[in-house]
Every structure is written in C-alpha cells, then in structure tokens.
Design a protein around this ligand. Structure first.
Ligand code: GLN
Length: 187
C-alpha cells in the first residue's frame, strides 16, 4: 500500500511513522512532480488550513489533488485536513477542496479548550484516544456518516472515499484509525 502524505506544512511526519509501522509505504507530496507517483491513498495532515490552502494553490497541487479525490482516491484529513475537505465552513469565507458534505467550524472549542484529550468510540474502529489541538468540529452533515462524537459534537465522519477526524490520531499510540484508513485504501 502506497500512501501520499501532503507535506507542505503541518504535522505530516507523525502520519508517515504511523503508516509505516502498519506496513505501508509513504512518500511526501511537496510539489507537482510528486504526483507522478502512484498512490493508493492520500493524507491531508493537521496544521493551519489557511496556509495549506494557499500553498496548495501556489504549488499547483490544488487542482490535481481535488480531481484525484473526486475520482475516488481514498483520502484521510485530520484537523486542518478536515477543514480542507469540508464543502462548508461556518466561520470562514474560504472553501478548499469542498468535496466532503459537512459544515465545519474552525477553532470550534475556543481559546480555553484549545487543546485537550478524550476517549470515545469511533464506528468501525472501537474506543480510541483522541487529541484535539485548536480543533474544528462538524456542526452539520449533509450526507457524510457520523463515526464519532465527543460531548455531542461530531469529530469523525466518512463519506464514500473520504475520512475526516477533528482530532489527531497520528499523535497517539493507537494506530486503529490509520489501520481503518488502510482498509479503505485496500478495498
Ligand atoms: N486551527 C487550525 C485551522 O483552523 C487547525 C488546527 C490543527 O490542524 N491542529 O486550520
């Protein structure tokens, strides 16, 4: 299994380590020519969605990646990656790939709750640790399945080939969510 990891900004190395520990091969996507390689799946990591969105356009990665996602390439967006996928942002004028039918609120927990940990059930995965860092959450889904909630807020969703979590499974020891994603890539 070969997974391309968007590596223009943010927490991408942790994803690579976790995927490789699960037996996958990873490569970093930093420029257009990196997309000449075959990939079975794509990771959009956490970081700063505004910066990533801007870099994606400047590096001419935006259109080809959007086309790959629309054509069914399995994609997993964590935190800022979830924001990049959402087709609606309730507190931002910008849209990015806009392929995932959810309304997402950026920095949804406010300053005080900027970062925190939780444990909760995720459908198809089990009970897992969840690390939130200035995280978004899904305010509303208009098509995506809800896979997990924390305190009534939606923090994981799936829509066809697209998986998104508001939290950072790559920062915890438990590789279950990445294993779930690799199963999506295999089928
Ligand atoms: N707050 C960031 C954003 O709005 C996301 C934070 C993260 O990815 N850890 O893009």
């Amino acid at each position: 299994m070969v997974i391309g990891v968007l590596a223009v900004q943010g927490a991408f190395i942790e994803h690579e380590k976790m995927l490789e520990a699960l037996g996958a091969t990873t490569f970093e996507i930093r420029q257009k020519k990196d997309l000449e390689q075959h990939m079975d799946g794509l990771i959009l990591p956490g970081g700063e969605s505004t910066v990533m969105g801007k870099l994606l356009k400047e590096l001419e990665l935006f259109e080809p990646l959007k086309a790959l996602i629309e054509n069914g390439l399995p994609v997993f967006g964590t935190c800022a990656g979830m924001i990049l996928l959402a087709d609606e942002l309730s507190n931002d004028e910008k849209r990015h790939f806009a392929t995932l039918p959810v309304t997402v609120r950026r920095n949804a927990y406010g300053r005080q709750l900027g970062s925190f940990h939780a444990r909760a059930q995720m459908k198809g995965v089990g009970e897992i640790p969840m690390t939130f860092i200035r995280a978004p959450f899904v305010e509303q889904t208009h098509g995506a399945d809800v896979l997990a909630t924390v305190d009534g807020n939606i923090v994981a969703v799936r829509y066809q080939n697209q998986l998104a979590t508001a939290f950072h499974p790559e920062l915890d020891e438990d590789p279950s969510v990445h294993r779930y994603f690799l199963q999506m890539c295999a089928s």
